[in-house]
Design a protein around this ligand. Structure first.
Ligand SMILES: [Fe+2]
Length: 429
């Protein structure tokens, strides 16, 4: 498949996914109302996906005429914070579907004539950016579905049980030394992953798996939420003012932990990685366990460095291979895989489940790498550098495999819990 054929196939797949998450089985109010001030109405995400595509692939890359310049402002994420979006004169669900389909048809027609050369379209960059953007909004839409209380429930696809193996050691030693962080040559990489640069990481120990629900429940039983010793001062403030005392969507029923997941209620599976914890909770757990969160550099080294070959792998298990075989990504399952799953996805150091399952909080603040240049627009990354954001790595079960790479960087406020985030622990050697 050449680059343009691949682009078309990925555009089609992304759109199938977006329409799947905004199906007509959902009544219009489910699409147009706001389930939480943290999220957009689903119909905003849907038309925003098309407007972003119109601006970058039609107007910028193909030099084509605008379809709906008049709605640019409504769908500009920087003009309108999420809380404000329901009050905008949004397109209806039917209008949104028609609009993004018109844009898409024109993009496919124009692709033949656009040379994949130059800063924007070279190696397909701007197309890759737009495809990943659509999938990132699809993950955001899944977070909205998780917060939505009405029917219908989202159902797990059948026949997607992951391969499992006996758990290995709880932690491994990652010997000290330099590794290549980020990338300078991945045609799918965003500006914030560039440039690749050497970072010397001292020896440390890292958990071979994310922290599971059983271990997290033990932290709760031990009174972890009631002891300020374990909490960052701002975390204790958050804990006290929010009244939270368990991961998001958990509650107690007759001595058992239950959870609400995508419109259903079920017992919390104790062998799954914990998710819907904020950075402060992850940090408190780690301190209680006598450990700490890994830095972003530690995490990425453990996930991508091949010490025998002295080079970076594109993925933990090698340079290629379908993520579906090695990791739980792309909503093949609508939840994290149990601990010990995907032994084929282990990194060179024997660390498992780094990609997929849950985003992993790191101890690092979000900032630019040495030599960072914003491209193609400052609002993707640069405006967030130095803010109140912690870096998350590895993607979740809801992240598309196209963004499931060790160099990918996600970031969020340390109080956020609606994202599909968990963590693993590290300690100094
Ligand atoms: Fe966006």
């Amino acid at each position: 498949m050449d680059v343009k054929e691949r682009i078309i196939a990925e555009l089609v797949a992304a759109r199938d996914r977006s329409f799947g998450l905004t199906v007509e089985a959902l009544e219009d109010p489910e699409l147009t109302s706001q389930v939480s001030p943290l999220m957009s109405p689903l119909v905003w995400d849907l038309a925003h996906i098309g407007n972003y595509e119109e601006q970058w692939l039609l107007r910028a890359a193909a030099g084509a005429a605008a379809v709906r310049e008049d709605i640019d402002d409504i769908y500009d994420a920087f003009e309108h914070p999420r809380a404000e979006r329901p009050s905008l004169p949004l397109l209806t669900p039917a209008e949104s579907r028609a609009y993004i389909t018109t844009v898409r048809d024109r993009v496919i027609d124009s692709l033949e004539k656009v040379p994949l050369a130059g800063a924007l379209a070279g190696d397909g960059f701007v197309y890759h950016m737009v495809i990943q953007h659509e999938h990132q909004h699809d993950e955001t839409m899944l977070a909205t579905h998780q917060l939505r209380k009405g029917a219908p429930a989202l159902l797990d696809p059948p026949g997607s049980e992951p391969g499992r193996a006996a758990p290995g050691p709880d932690e491994v030693l990652i010997p000290g030394g330099p590794f290549l962080m980020g990338t300078s040559d991945d045609p799918w990489a965003y500006d914030n992953e560039r440039p690749g640069h050497l970072v010397d990481v001292p020896s440390f120990h890292l958990d071979t798996a994310p922290v599971g629900n059983a271990a997290y429940a033990a932290f709760i039983e031990a009174g972890g939420y009631d002891d300020p010793r374990w909490w960052h001062p701002k975390g204790w403030e958050w804990r006290s003012s929010s009244g939270r005392s368990a991961p998001g969507f958990w509650y107690r029923e007759g001595g058992q932990w239950m959870r609400r997941r995508l419109g259903r209620v079920e017992p919390v599976p104790m062998d799954e990685p914990v998710q819907h914890v904020c950075w402060y909770e992850a940090d408190a757990y780690a301190r209680w366990a006598g450990r700490r969160l890994p830095t972003e550099a530690e995490w990425e080294k453990a996930a991508s460095w091949d010490p025998a070959a002295g080079r970076k792998r594109r993925l933990p298990w090698g340079d290629s291979g379908s993520a579906g075989d090695h990791a739980n990504l792309g909503q093949r399952r609508l939840r994290p895989s149990p601990l010990g799953s995907h032994p084929d996805g282990a990194s060179a150091y024997g660390v498992r489940q780094l990609i997929g399952d849950v985003w992993e909080w790191t101890s690092s603040d979000f900032t630019g790498y040495p030599g960072f240049r914003s491209f193609p627009y400052k609002e993707y990354s640069e405006v967030f550098f130095g803010g109140d954001y912690k870096v998350l790595k590895g993607g979740s079960w809801a992240t598309h495999p196209l963004s499931g790479r060790p160099s990918f960087r996600n970031w969020d406020h340390p109080i956020r819990r609606q994202i599909f985030a968990g963590f693993r622990c590290a300690r100094d050697a």
